[in-house]
Design a binder for this molecule. Structure first.
Ligand code: SAH
Length: 384
């Protein structure tokens, strides 16, 4: 079968701003992403491979978020137009999972028919704020998170029953309470309304539990491509102590654990660490442990104690790592560092810090996880 190369059209593209679908072909986009990577890290890394693209670059997002609002008298679900507070109703988005999109539309209709009050960001009144749907690409388990401005949720049981009647594919429903004036979607209180309160997914033969707030890569098919490259770059023999910094629910470290002596996962989000521990147990992995800590602080403490590591994997958020982390990482004297980056610009900055410490980028393999957006993921191998 030939790769999908014809670009599909989206009716919202000009107003929504979340992606740039339809502006150029997917192949052109991949070429531009490679240029972007070269622009930011070319100075530090001579070997930059072509971007590994998706086989079918549509409906890849396994995590879909929408904000509720009212347009005239109608309850709608959509997104704020980029950089504004104007709600653009979106249905049938081309990059989002189609089942998740359908559930979101049903939820908006139910809010209308149950006469529930939609939250208004300006007046700070109303109840229903956001909806988040996450799907396990291989298990097909689906989690719906309804974000409300208050704990009180009128007709809650009936609402949940109706949502499930329309979508029997839903495996869990969680109410998240967010009463703050914030751009963050999720608040810190949660009530499970149906099912276990989390979903599971299978990746690289391992089973992972995912909670509402835990980070999990949004593009499952490309995540496997990415993780395989990370495992390859780590070149493990079974004797290494590996550090998986910024480990989320422990996915990368667990994929490496069978080929390592021991893996230490470091993650700031306590809920993600809880998931990570459950995941290790579930997959019968006994040579990995997790610490809930700021990666820089923990690495600095390891460095002060004179500890060593053979391979360091790091996968920081878009803001990248810190100079102190780089210093601490280098002092553990690893033979290789596998940097998984979702932002070439901060990767470039961090590579400059590594170079100053005598560690050099050998090669970089970009992977497209977010088709039709500006983002590009990159695996970068750094050696002494
Ligand atoms: N490696 C994981 C997660 C990567 S996302 C995966 O592939 O799924 C980045 C992760 O870094 C998130 O889970 C986030 O909670 C965590 N994080 C952000 N800042 C951190 C910090 N200062 N210290 C440790 N972890 C941090």
């Amino acid at each position: 079968m030939e790769k999908m190369s014809q670009t599909q059209q989206c009716p919202y593209v000009a107003r929504c701003g979340a992606c740039h679908i339809g502006e150029k072909s997917y192949e052109e986009e991949l070429a531009q992403k490679k240029e972007y990577v070269i622009r930011h890290i070319g100075k530090y890394c001579s070997q930059i491979h072509d971007v590994a693209g998706m086989y079918y670059p549509y409906h890849y997002r396994n995590k879909v978020h929408a904000v509720f609002g009212k347009i005239k008298e109608e309850v709608v679900a959509g997104t704020y137009a980029e950089g504004t507070h104007t709600l653009v109703p979106v249905s049938g988005c081309l990059i989002e999972d189609a089942q998740a999109s359908a559930i979101i539309q049903t939820a908006a209709q139910l809010i209308q028919s149950f006469k529930l009050w939609v939250y208004n960001e300006d007046t700070r009144r109303g109840l229903m704020r956001h909806i988040l749907v996450r799907k396990g690409a291989s298990t097909k388990q689906i989690m719906v998170v309804l974000v409300t401005a208050a704990a009180e949720f009128p007709h809650k049981n009936h609402f949940v029953a109706e949502l499930r009647r329309h979508h029997p594919e839903i495996t869990t429903i969680v109410q998240n309470i967010n009463d703050k004036q914030t751009t963050m979607v999720l608040g810190d209180r949660e009530k499970t309304l149906y099912g276990p309160g989390f979903i599971e997914d299978v990746l690289m033969g391992l089973r992972f539990r995912i909670s509402p707030s835990s980070f999990y890569q949004v593009n499952s098919a490309q995540t496997q491509v990415l993780y395989k490259k990370a495992v390859q770059a780590a070149a493990l023999t079974g004797r290494e102590h590996v550090i998986d910094a910024y480990c989320g629910i422990g996915t990368i470290g667990m994929c490496m654990s069978a080929k390592a002596m021991h893996v230490t996962g470091i993650e700031l989000n306590a809920q993600a660490v809880k998931d990570a521990k459950a995941n290790a147990k579930r997959n019968n992995i006994k040579n990995m442990h997790f610490v809930a800590a700021d990666a820089t602080e923990y690495m600095t403490r390891m460095s002060q104690k004179g500890e060593r590591a053979d391979v360091i994997v790091m996968d920081p958020p878009r803001s990248g790592s810190t100079e102190a982390f780089v210093r601490a990482a280098v002092s553990l004297k690893p033979s290789r560092i596998v940097y998984v980056s979702c932002e070439p610009e901060t990767l470039g900055r961090d590579l400059a810090w590594f170079r100053r410490e005598g560690y050099h980028a050998k090669e970089a393999s970009p992977v497209d996880m977010f088709g039709f957006t500006e983002c590009v993921e990159c695996i970068c191998l750094i050696e002494r």
